[in-house]
Design a protein around this ligand. Structure first.
Ligand SMILES: O=P(O)(O)OC[C@H]1O[C@H](OP(=O)(O)OP(=O)(O)O)[C@H](O)[C@@H]1O
Ligand SMILES: O=c1cc[nH]c(=O)[nH]1
Ligand SMILES: [Mg+2]
Length: 209
């Protein structure tokens, strides 16, 4: 079974509180989403492999470490996942970026696909699937399946807020996918919004409501 990591670092938790606040406007919401994702990326990449190389400092020759091993990729689920891209790229500028376009039909709650473009060497990459909200898990499950259908094997899901229902849904269909969250919330409401959550992440990021 995959693991669920709740990132309880004080900086992440403080910024998450500001993100949840309904009085936070779009500009601050975007900035906070980026900052939280950057802090999460720092934690998520703890297990990357290092190797020693030889360099020369202004003083002498020295052995020092660089990241090695699998190449990295990030895949935001559109739209709201776009808000998380820059936070990861700030720390890992060489990561390739794929995109999966999905929205949740408001009536059926089923994910509807409208776009998918992944790096051609997706099977060789360690992939971080980005979406701020893991609610029923329908969108993330569908996105993970798209990636697997195109050859991706090493996938981690990064959500800012998750509901227990979403985590369970991922565990059920994709038990190989580890999940990283900043907040594990209580439940979903009758419209499948996360409670207490932060409302509609895409609308708050882009000011569409
Ligand atoms: O776990 P689920 O029940 O599938 O819900 C979560 C999905 O809903 C939101 O997207 P939305 O459909 O609002 O699209 P948007 O990002 O374009 O706003 C959110 O960003 C997730 O992708
Ligand atoms: O609470 C929720 C659930 C789905 N999508 C969102 O943006 N927020
Ligand atoms: Mg939305």
């Amino acid at each position: 079974m995959s693991k669920v990591v709740v990132m309880d670092h004080p900086l992440i938790q403080h910024k998450l509180t500001m993100l949840r606040d309904k009085n936070t406007g779009s500009k601050d919401f975007r900035d906070l989403t980026k900052e939280i994702t950057m802090l999460m990326a720092y934690e998520m990449t703890r297990n990357l492999n290092l190797m020693e190389i030889e360099i020369e400092t202004p003083i002498c020759k020295a052995k020092s470490k660089v990241i090695t091993g699998k190449k990295l990729g990030i895949v935001p689920i559109l739209r709201a996942g776009m808000g998380m891209v820059d936070g990861v790229l700030q720390l890992i500028p060489a990561a390739k970026v794929g995109h999966i376009g999905l929205y949740r039909d408001p009536e059926t709650l089923e994910p509807v696909e409208y776009y998918c473009k992944l790096p051609t060497d997706v099977e060789e990459r360690e992939l971080f699937l980005l979406d701020p909200m893991l609610a029923t898990g329908g969108s993330a499950n569908a996105a993970i399946q798209f990636i697997k259908d195109r050859g991706g094997v090493n996938i981690r899901l990064v959500a800012i807020i998750a509901a227990p229902e979403g985590v369970e849904a991922i565990h059920k269909l994709h038990p190989d996918v580890d999940i990283y969250v900043a907040g594990m919330d209580e439940k979903l409401n009758e419209k499948a919004y996360i409670v207490p959550g932060l409302g509609d992440a895409g609308d708050r990021l882009f000011g569409t409501k």
